[in-house]
Design a protein around this ligand. Structure first.
Ligand code: EPZ
Length: 417
């Protein structure tokens, strides 16, 4: 197993390019199952989760060729409609094959993903939506079996704005008969890119990015050709790294419209953030102010930035409160940060962080993707050496993060445990 070693205390300086968005590339890859023909997606990040998605597409019979950041997918020879447990348990986003397979073939058999480190993460809202479109859903031996002669448009109101649920229903409704209306839909930029991509394939979708999305079903979709939008969570992670090290970094690919909640909080902390070239220039202050955050769905403060922001608050001059409202168990990074000297108390869904002068490096363990990023960020600013183990979590969602940080002046490298 590999670990990442960091000698903290270097202010980050220079420019960094974020990669394509993992949480956009995944639904786009599965959307190619809707078309009989050859699709091409560029700016695909080199991540473990992308490799898993490619394995699943091949398992279903698609021919997939990956060269650099370009994926070419031939969806004309799909021979299976089953997403097996070993792949779905590796990456729960595999459930996004449900909508496309059901819409194109009238049948899908997908393993229930099971829980993960950050929460139970059920897919009840996905299934309820697909049933509203006329699918028959049965659960057997840990698998969801979905069948439908023909999906018919319906009005679907989500109990909560589920990202994956909105994506599955967008893809299913694109080939349903008649109009589908999604109410209380998720509004993330990745939803907007998926809707744009489906429209470029011939779908008729309007309202993506708002809570009400209307889809007029069509008979057939053409193959997809698109480029993945930049990863706003990777961008936000580098922005926080610049702030915690009192650095000065131009983050190429950071889009202010996608980061407004994070930007306003980092400015409260004392950072200066200015749009420059094709990104955002972030200058970190010498003294960081404590700032409370409460995660929520887009455009609120992203839950995927909560762990990274908590690492930053360990250096603030005062007490801050972080409330996690999206997932029920997304504080796994707290006890690892405490090993580095952080003063954090958990109170239900909130954490109270009392900033300290400087944390001390320590051997720590990654537990999930964004917790890993939080430990890297803490290590960048900590005294001495931090060693982060189980970094396979990190490699799920960050492409060569240690190389990008080293290019900004960080003393960081990867080595065998
Ligand atoms: C997506 O997960 C992202 N993953 C997550 O990013 C992100 O944290 C999350 O959206 C929220 O923004 C991908 O896009 C691949 P949800 P998803 O459905 O779709 C509950 C990362 O770090 N819920 O919006 O699974 C659920 O339990 C990952 O990159 C139901 O109850 O998120 C959770 O509490 C982590 N029933 C909340 O809604 C359902 O049917 C949000 O889930 C579906 C969801």
């Amino acid at each position: 197993m590999e670990k990442i070693v960091i000698k903290g205390g270097q202010p980050l300086r220079g420019e960094v390019q974020v990669s394509g968005a993992k949480n956009s590339a995944l639904p786009l890859l599965f959307a190619t199952l809707l078309a009989d023909g050859v699709s091409e997606i560029s700016n695909v990040p080199a991540l473990r989760d992308i490799n898993t998605a490619v394995r699943l597409l091949r398992e279903l019979g698609a021919e997939v060729d990956v060269s650099g950041d370009r994926c070419v997918i031939n969806g004309s020879k799909i021979r299976s409609i089953e997403a097996p447990y070993d792949l779905v348990k590796t990456m729960r986003a595999s459930v996004l094959v449900l909508g496309p397979l059901l819409a194109r073939f009238g049948h899908a058999r997908v393993s229930l993903p099971g829980g993960c480190a950050i929460g139970a993460r059920p897919i009840n809202l996905h299934l309820k939506g697909l049933e509203a479109l006329g699918a028959t859903i049965t659960l057997d031996h840990g698998y969801v079996e979905a069948t439908a002669d023909k999906l018919r448009g319906a009005k679907i109101s989500f109990d909560l704005p589920t990202v994956g649920g909105t994506e599955n229903l967008l893809m299913a409704a694109a080939l349903a008969e008649g109009e589908t209306v999604l109410e209380n839909a998720a509004r993330e930029p990745e939803i907007v890119q998926l809707a744009d991509a489906l429209n470029s394939m011939g779908a008729m979708i309007e309202g993506a990015g708002t809570a009400i999305i209307k889809i007029q079903g069509v008979d057939k979709l053409e193959p997809l050709k698109c480029s993945v939008i930049p990863d706003r969570i990777e961008a936000g992670t580098f922005m926080i790294a610049a702030v915690i090290t009192s650095g000065d970094v131009l983050v190429h690919g950071a889009v202010s419209a996608d980061q407004e909640a994070l930007i306003s909080k980092l400015i409260e902390v004392g950072a200066t953030i200015t749009p420059e070239a094709d990104g955002l220039r972030v200058v970190g202050p010498k003294k960081m102010q404590p700032v409370d955050i409460r995660t929520s769905v887009f455009p609120g403060f992203p839950t995927d930035m909560q762990a990274q922001f908590m690492a930053l608050m360990t250096r603030a001059e005062g007490t801050s409160r972080i409330s996690e409202t999206v997932f029920e168990n997304r504080f796994m990074h707290v006890c690892e940060l405490q090993r580095m000297g952080a003063d954090i108390q958990i109170d239900g869904h909130s954490a109270i962080i009392r900033g300290t002068k400087q944390m001390t490096g320590a051997p720590v363990m990654a537990t999930d993707l964004r917790a890993s990023a939080s430990l890297i960020i803490a290590g960048l600013a900590a005294e001495n050496t931090t060693e982060v183990s189980r970094i396979y979590h990190l490699d799920r969602g960050y492409e060569k993060i240690e190389k990008k940080l080293a290019a900004l002046g960080a003393k960081i490298w990867r080595e065998e445990e």
